[in-house]
Ligand binder design. Sequence first.
Ligand code: GLU
Length: 323
Amino acid sequence: MNTDTTLAEKETPGVPVGRFAPSPTGRMHLGNLFTALMSWLSVRSRGGRWVLRIEDLDPQRSKIEHARMIEDDLDWLGLDFDEGGLDGRGAHGPYRQSERGAIYEEYLDRLRATGYTYPCTCTRADIMATQAPHQSDGRVIYGGRCRPALLPSPWRETEAKHSTRLYVPDEEILFTDRVYGPQSVNLTRECGDFILRRADGAWAYQLAVVVDDALMGVTEVVRGSDLLLSTAQQVYLCRLLGLTVPEYAHVPLVCNTEGRRLSKRDMSLNMALLREQHTPREIIGRLAHMAGLLDSPTPCEARELIPLFNWKKMPRIECIQVE
Ligand code: GLU
């Protein structure tokens, strides 16, 4: 089933492949840079390759100008990539998710063939109405209103508008994170059956990311700790599709001085401001200090950190506050 993945992996056997997969919905902030630097150092310290994938699945919020700025900011910081980006160099393109719909379609068909997907016509209001009252952290857990009584259950596309959901088992999904250690997540409790394609035809991040990482031969996924729960969904998807599960390293989020996690929407500590006020060496030194690679935020080049890089030095905390 996963012949494409096997091919991608065979091209460079044993060489780690990492990726940075930003959504071009705004200018990067210090947290995005932290993730990018850690992902880059992790593969560069082992002679690996780095892929830049543009996660522009959300047509309303994604802008080509933002993707251009991301490339420019990475270049300014000295983080070079071997594959991908807007000009899409490399053998595993396209590298923009908005151009990969036909590929996702094929993998959705494979999932549908398992009998564990189903059409869902619930509106957001329907889903909210069945939320447990204690669900106050903003997470939405699907209660299974449209789930067929018997699974596996084959079905055909109809004219009616619907999203496509994937059944999740009531069991623990296990994986080990390089930073946060062994994880055990029950998807029924944490999110319920999840969406693979929305009613408006938009592809869900979970499906796209799993398919892309596999087809691009990615061996390690480095990203913010807010995606730890998603990882369990992705491990489950890999399992159903027979894809190799990559290694995962989640890194602490970066929070502002009030302890609030940085977002692309607030302008604090975004690259426009950082580039006005600092040199690349200052920013890299500060990030390296946050990662435990330097004792003090001494300015340095990204490549000078390659011999110092070690995952063991990364603080195992949820959020790193900027000074
Ligand atoms: N596109 C996501 C972001 O910009 C990252 C997803 C991932 O690395 O898997 O936060």
